[in-house]
Design a protein around this ligand. Sequence first.
Ligand code: ADP
Ligand code: SF4
Length: 698
Amino acid sequence: MTSGAQRDPRFDVLFEPIRIGPVTAKNRFYQVPHCNGMGHRDPTALAWMRGVKAEGGWAVVCTEEVEIHPTSDVNPFIELRLWDDRDIPMLARTADRIHEFGALVGIELAHNGPHAANHYAREVPLAASSIPVTTAGYEPLQARAMDRQDIRDLRRWHRAAALRARQAGFDLIYVYAGHALTVLHHFLSRHHNRRSDEYGGSSRNRVRLLEEIIGDTKDAVGDTCAVPCRIAVDELLGTDGLEKAEVEELIGLVAELPDLWDLSLAAWPNDSITSRFGPEGGQEPFVSGVKGLTTKPVVVVGRYTSPDRMASVVNKGIADFIGCARPSIADPFLPKKIEEGRLDDIRECIGCNICVSGDFTMSPIRCTQNPTMGEEWRKGWHPERIRPQESDKPVLIVGAGPAGLEAAQALGKRDYEVTLAEKGTALGGRVARECRLPGLAAWGRVRDYREQQLHQLPNVNVYFDSDLDAAAVLEFGVPRVVVATGARWRADGLGRSRARPMPIAAGARVLTPDDIMAGTVPSAGTRVAVWDDDHYYMGGVIAELLADKGCTTHYLTPASEASTWTQNTMEQHFIQARLLEKGVTIQSFTNLDAVSEGSITASCVFTGRTEEIEADAVVLVTSRAPEDRLAEELAARADDWGDAGIETVTTIGDALAPATIAHAVYAGRRYAEELDGPAVEGDDVPFKREIAELLPLD
Ligand code: ADP
Ligand code: SF4
């Protein structure tokens, strides 16, 4: 939005070109490999998503992990494949698209070893030693120990994949030994590698396979392509796993062999830690020092969104490149905005890992901050551009939560006259409330970015203290009305487990997350039961808050674990550990049947056996009721719309169907993108998709 500004000289260092083996990156912004839930199912959508980052100024844009052989089949997860020549065109499409915008393109070749259950390929999983497969879900499978022929095969597969990758147009061809996800990592790790041959035992022996594969790759493609190595600097498993000192010793043995070192923590949840559990730059203590071991450039990650912090990483000699996955998802144009001195326009990642949930749910990547993520090709959306208005009809948006804010700023950029009416005195809706909960401060960035954009849009007028009813909306009389009035937590226990209101005795103290966020918090020493039938972050975060306030907190859930859906954001382990450390009692497989004064009746989800638990207060975290009063009133007065000049009333976000913040932002964007656009015909699929190529039958 801001134009004419110039780059701050403090950040000049970030725009220096850096040589990586035979290729040169134009600056220090490096999009490290990251998963996205699209992979081989959605190749063109994937190519366009990566291309937008290249357009946004990243010097290097990489793929996600790319399976090099059917023995590395991570189904049901959807990554990329380079099993044979037929996969080359799909990958070439990504490489070509990134090249169109002048970035280097990297491919992360991977053999996942025991982290591939091979459900699709039905091959026996391979590993350094005979161990159970390391995939999530306790698969009843073991990998077999690789013999010398298997090692020769692996080297041949990797070499063949590297040659195919070069043919597809890639500039950087990775050797991936990171995240505890690959067989090369497992050979390095004493935890996984129990071999007694020349590939096991000493550091020298354990690094041998990595050394051979980097050598093979350089030999195959190193004259024209750079060969980076991605390695885990610490597994955070104590002496049981790889630790910093040992990894530095391993790196020291092959320090000059790859063209670049790409460093991160293992396992993936430690690397991509959410803002609730780790700060920006949190990996610096682990990666500092590696640069001194090698003359090759080093990439580090750490959810960097602050240009000052990025410059300090370079100036302190921690790394040569600022590696980003999530910051490049939330803002594909982050480098360009720094270059153009538009720091206020940066859409900072909030560290929520909704993007990661795309991979875990095998659905195209989505982002809380960037609703265009994954829709660049499917819907033709762009994070920085939106087509101009196609009518001069103004829009009234009621409610300034994430849905209303996103609709307002996107429509404002289309030059529509927009009125944003908010009944409260602040922007942000649920985000403004939730960012005050323990660990969620960064979530306020959803509001901050949009507030900043609205400041630059004179055609968007914001009115606070405007609690609109149907009469007020009719009186306002604009053609387009958007109802984005949000939702409130239910106080009657209805949700997944209960279809009918819960018996609640008169005199019982029942609270909802809205009450807690509004400041009604039981005093220290109160015995509080939290029943979480929502299963995302809210129940766990409320229990944490209550424990912090000194309440004796008893968390109950029908699920097997606290905040179970956060498996998809890789937070569940951290949440459960934090609650336990704070003294919260966690009771799994438990329903809440009734609330009395001073106690609750809970029951086992399997047997139905009940028990009475003493509780002075109960927080019900079950489901939310849409705040749909205004929408219903307006619907009831549809006959009056014509006289008032109203053409459409559209309910979006939580007011329509409560969901994640990402859903609300997407709903706001969708309204803005589709307004006055071509109508979806009949039952047509409202986005582009690719379907499998059918082979001839004979
Ligand atoms: P979403 O996630 O769908 O954006 P939120 O609950 O975060 O929903 O935000 C809804 C916003 O709408 C809140 O800020 C709330 O104060 C506001 N709001 C609700 N009802 C009205 C109304 N009738 N008039 C104006 N603003 C309203
Ligand atoms: Fe960041 Fe959340 Fe977007 Fe992922 S989904 S990039 S963590 S804002």
